[in-house]
Write a protein that binds this ligand. Structure first.
Ligand code: GGG
Length: 366
């Protein structure tokens, strides 16, 4: 590794438990920097953009805010969602206001089964399960196209349109991205998910692009599965999965099912990538702001810490990323678990246990 690499990170804790899980991830990154003995540094700038900020200023991201973010190597995001702001206002005001203009078109969401964590799937007891959901992150059902109209119909007869947009370019880039990931895995398989029997335009286009792109990857096994059948497959035959590529909405739902099967939504990590690196990519736990437990210090930091490991991968710090993932595995294998996984460790105790494992792993390797 070259000496003195400094990575600038924009941190946006956001709402609810976002603050505590982002603090946990930054504590782990601090440890990675300390263990590198000066070779790596993370220069973190915190942005206070949240629902509280919105209620005070009338917007989530101030004028010029995206320009400020653009100057960073990566964004580390917590969560957005508050009982005081409609969910569609907060999602479009903060998370989508970053992912869409920064063209973070690939959202990867690994489904990871950790040792010591009980899965609701009996099969997980004796079968190696590990797959990755690749979410189209720029268009589809999240295109924001549509409208509402009451005119000429009167109260009780309103009409609303919510239009999905699937472009050939958008389908092709995410499908190729999924195939490239599949090639790097031991099981070289891509499962494409649509609902093209019912949605005969956009999702048929997706299926056709999938079939065409697949011809360029003869070494990768493929299947096309309807989203309802794929939901059943997640539960009944998850051992058949390696890379699952789906539209914005379908992949969002499927990845929640996947992380619940792995034990909890609190475990799930994600990376919103701009693969061309024209804009910073954004790393965030899949979970939301969890207002029911916010402020109690008991949230599960594993999703956020695993997302920080994905950020390390993005920086080319593969060894450090693997050490963080190993530290998490060692902690759960030792039975140190947060509340959502049936344990009694709080956020800080979980984080310190992971930090301590990271130090041990690093010391043994060096
Ligand atoms: N950390 C992820 C987060 O806060 N997500 C909020 C949310 O409601 N996401 C829904 C979505 O992105 O589709």
């Amino acid at each position: 590794m070259s000496e003195n690499q400094t990575f600038s990170i924009a941190s946006i804790p956001g709402d609810g438990i976002g603050g505590e899980v982002v603090a946990a991830g930054l504590r782990v990154l601090d440890t990675v920097a300390k263990l590198s003995e000066g070779a790596i540094a993370f220069d973190v700038t915190e942005f206070p953009w949240s629902s509280e900020y919105y209620l005070e200023h009338g917007r989530y991201i101030p004028e010029g805010g995206l320009e400020e973010l653009k100057a960073h190597d990566a964004i580390y995001f917590g969560a957005v969602g508050s009982s005081e702001v409609p969910d569609h206002t907060s999602l479009w005001g903060l998370r989508l206001a970053i992912t869409q203009p920064f063209d973070q078109w690939a959202n990867i969401r690994p489904v990871t089964f950790l040792p010591g964590v009980r899965s609701p799937l009996r099969k997980a007891d004796d079968t190696e399960l590990d797959w990755i959901v690749v979410r189209e992150n720029s268009e589809g059902e999240y295109a924001g196209m549509g409208g509402r109209n009451l005119s000429g119909r009167g109260p009780g007869n309103e009409v609303a349109l919510q239009t999905s947009v699937h472009t050939e370019v958008g389908c092709e880039r995410i499908i190729r991205f999924a195939f490239d990931i599949a090639r790097s895995r031991s099981v070289k398989k891509v499962s494409s998910v649509t609902k093209s029997n019912a949605q005969q335009y956009g999702m048929v286009l997706w299926d056709e692009v999938f079939a065409r792109v697949a011809q360029d990857y003869p070494d990768v096994e493929t299947e096309s599965v309807l989203v309802d059948a794929m939901s059943a497959k997640f539960v009944l035959h998850p051992e058949d999965l390696s890379v699952v590529v789906a539209s914005n909405l379908h992949a969002d739902i499927l990845s929640d099912v996947g992380s619940a099967l792995a034990g909890s939504l609190g475990l799930a990590a994600s990376a919103n990538l701009n693969p061309e690196r024209r804009f910073p990519s954004m790393f965030e736990p899949v979970h939301g702001s969890a207002p029911d437990i916010a402020g109690k210090g008991i949230s599960n930091p594993i999703g956020a810490i695993s997302s920080a490991a994905l950020m390390l991968d993005h920086f080319g710090l593969d060894e450090q990323a693997d050490e963080v993932r190993q530290a998490i595995e060692n902690v759960t294998a030792a039975g140190i678990l947060p509340r959502d996984l049936g344990g009694d460790s709080n956020t800080v105790e979980m984080t310190e246990a992971i930090v301590s494992q990271l130090e041990d792993i690093h010391a043994r390797a060096n």
